[in-house]
Design a protein around this ligand. Structure first.
Ligand code: 5GP
Length: 205
């Protein structure tokens, strides 16, 4: 099985006003905190709720953090063309439902999606007008410190995430599918940087 090759229309070339903001980065780069803060500050931003076959963690809520679905349901979503990108990450499938993205962009909103680099690569190909930001941890020691301290995961899962994080940083250098790289040393500064990027991108449209 390989990702859906269908190509949705690029939002800006089709005259729509919204901006698709892709935020990626290895586990431990602080993506979730940055995205939450962006959503809090941007009145016209919408969060793209992904579908995943991973079981819920901690306080995660179905339909809010993710749509938690079975593998069979996920396969059916792929077959029906309901996902605009999808990828396997540490044995689980993750994908972005297509309809909410189209709706938000048509409404002129900023659609924020936090996805992995395989998904970012697909979005770069299918929706080249998207704004793609890759967050980096300050350094490798800090990355290891952040990941190895997660209470919700076993030591094996933590080690798996650390290896995956290093692989993602290597992939992203090789693929070159992000326009912006931000070292996330301070959430406040990173959020400000992303907001400035969005402002500049919106002025382009
Ligand atoms: P987690 O299990 O920690 O919530 O997410 C694992 C990885 O999957 C993260 O890098 C996250 O950004 C990514 N991810 C979440 N949703 C999607 C999605 O819809 N598509 C893709 N490609 N990756 C996703």
């Amino acid at each position: 099985m390989s990702p859906d090759p269908r190509t949705p229309t690029s939002p800006r070339t089709s005259g729509q006003q919204g901006v698709l903001l892709v935020v990626s980065g290895p586990s431990g780069a602080g993506k979730s905190t940055v995205c939450h803060e962006l959503l809090r500050r941007l009145p016209d931003a919408t969060w793209s709720v992904s579908a995943t076959t991973r079981p819920p963690r901690g306080t995660e809520v179905d339909g809010c953090d993710y749509y938690f679905v079975s593998r069979e349901r996920f396969d059916r979503m792929i077959q029906a063309g309901e996902l605009c990108e999808w990828a396997e990450y540490l044995g689980n499938l993750y994908g972005t439902p297509r309809a909410p993205v189209a709706k938000a962009l048509a409404a002129g909103q900023v659609m924020v999606m936090e996805i992995d680099v395989q998904g970012g690569r697909q979005i770069a190909e299918k929706m080249p007008d998207s704004v793609r930001v890759f967050l980096l941890p300050p350094n490798d020691e800090e990355l290891a410190r952040r990941l190895m301290g997660r209470q919700t995961e076993t030591p094996e899962q933590q080690a798996g995430r650390l290896a995956k994080a290093r692989q993602e940083i290597a992939w992203v250098r090789e693929w070159g599918c992000y326009q912006y790289f931000i070292v996330n040393e301070s959430v406040e500064r990173t959020v400000q940087d992303v907001m400035r990027i969005l402002e500049a991108e919106r002025n382009k449209t």
